[in-house]
Design a protein around this ligand. Structure first.
Ligand SMILES: *Cc1c(COP(=O)(O)O)cnc(C)c1O
Length: 399
């Protein structure tokens, strides 16, 4: 047996193999999962754009005109007119100087960090930041890493003080070390929002750069324009990363920033230079998603209305939804097995909501994460609430 096989054997005997449910319908409020129709409450398709008729049509029309693939990396012959139009439209929608579209949100984080920093620079990162940020910092081989307590500005300032000491010694090439503060915008497990104005103030005080990964804020916060709009911090956050795979409904990542930053990335970023860009249908579909959001705030308002309804209803049932500030609605259960049983019981009642357990959240903080969307009707949410109440009583979470 090779090592991976014996590791796999261990997972099997511990009963720790994950099984992935199979979807055989379009995305939406109701989807077909493992053969049965269930109410979907665990998707990041916040606005229902993944299967929006206009978005789908835009992809089909683009395929008819341009085909499917782009044939090469953008730096060679694969730089489609659609890529460039999408970037211009995104920048104008978000109210930033420039935007850069890459293959995924994960890759956007790698591009954002790896292209700017190397082992002699300094990163200061929130302890709950997404795995792709952690990996981006690893790929950049940054040696000076500081982790601050989640959303705790005292802790961030302590780390900035330590970082400033390190910065007094220049790099081997004689240039100044960069300090980059990185935070998620919306933390996906709890739904709380980073205190970005305070982070920006501290960054200015200590001459650090700021980077926010707004994967769960893109299309959600600030009328869909993201966390920078939400806090009215235009021009004050150095690097704004987003994903086009969640609320925007398709796939891809985005970096917004000033013109020089984006121009620099396009000269140097390895995933741009050495990996093919988004396909034609993806890019065309995204242009339509951005167009829909630019024209109307309707879907975003509906999402928030649904989030509030779900959260308030759960609370009035006596359930704990943590300290969410967004439509992400964690149903806090604590025990891991309880969370797994809760999810299985919900599924029997035709409600699809996955358990979130260690290592996604700390041990003892297991939960079901409920993700309402603009596609849900009030009747859908009432259907879910009925199943949740029944399950919570059956498993003795409430009386
Ligand atoms: C989902 C997510 C990503 C990855 O985005 P993809 O487009 O799916 O690669 C990155 N960062 C955060 C905070 C996320 O939630």
């Amino acid at each position: 047996m090779t090592r991976y096989q014996s590791d796999l054997e261990q997972l099997r005997s511990a009963g720790a193999i994950k099984h992935y449910r199979q979807v055989s319908s379009p995305q939406g409020a109701w989807i077909k999962v493992d053969g049965s129709k269930v109410l979907n409450l665990c998707s990041n398709n916040y606005l229902g754009l993944a299967n929006h008729p206009k978005v789908t049509k835009a992809a089909i029309k683009a395929i008819e005109k341009y085909g499917v693939g782009t044939g090469a990396v953008r730096a060679l012959s694969g730089n489609s007119i659609l890529h460039e139009k999408l970037e211009t439209e995104l920048a104008s929608f978000k109210g930033c100087q420039s935007a850069f579209v890459v293959q995924s949100g994960f890759i956007a984080n790698i591009v954002a960090v790896q292209t700017l920093l190397d082992k002699e620079d300094i990163v200061i990162s929130d302890e709950l930041n997404h795995a792709s940020i952690i990996d981006a910092v690893r790929i950049a081989q940054v040696e000076n890493k500081f982790i601050y307590t989640h959303n705790d500005m005292k802790s961030l300032e302590e780390k900035l003080l330590q970082a400033s000491k390190l910065k007094e010694t220049p790099r081997a090439d004689g240039r100044e070390k960069l300090i980059l503060i990185i935070t998620d915008g919306v933390f996906s497990m709890d739904g709380d929002i980073a205190p970005l104005p305070e982070i920006v103030t501290l960054a200015k005080k200590y001459h650090a750069l700021t980077m926010v990964d707004d994967a769960h804020g893109e299309g959600v916060l600030g009328k869909g324009k993201g966390i920078v709009e939400h806090f009215r911090l235009h021009g004050q956050v150095d690097i704004e990363v987003g994903t086009l795979s969640k609320a925007l409904g398709v796939i891809g990542g985005c970096i917004a920033g000033n013109h020089d930053l984006i121009t620099y990335y396009k000269q140097k970023a390895r995933p741009f230079l050495f990996s093919t860009g988004l396909s034609i249908p993806d890019t065309a579909a995204l242009r339509e998603s951005v167009n829909i959001l630019s024209k109307s705030n309707k879907l975003v308002s509906k999402l928030w209305k649904n989030g509030q309804y779900l959260n308030n209803s759960l609370k009035s049932l006596g359930l704990d939804t943590g300290n969410t500030q967004t439509p992400i609605t964690p149903l806090m259960l604590g025990d891991e097995q309880l969370a797994r049983d809760f999810s299985a019981e919900l599924f029997k009642n035709k409600v699809f909501a996955t358990p979130i357990v260690f290592p996604m959240v700390p041990k003892g903080k297991a939960r079901i994460r409920l993700m309402p969307s603009a596609s849900h009707s009030t009747e859908d949410l009432d259907f879910a609430l009925k199943a949740i109440k029944k399950t919570a009583q059956k498993l003795k979470v409430i009386k």
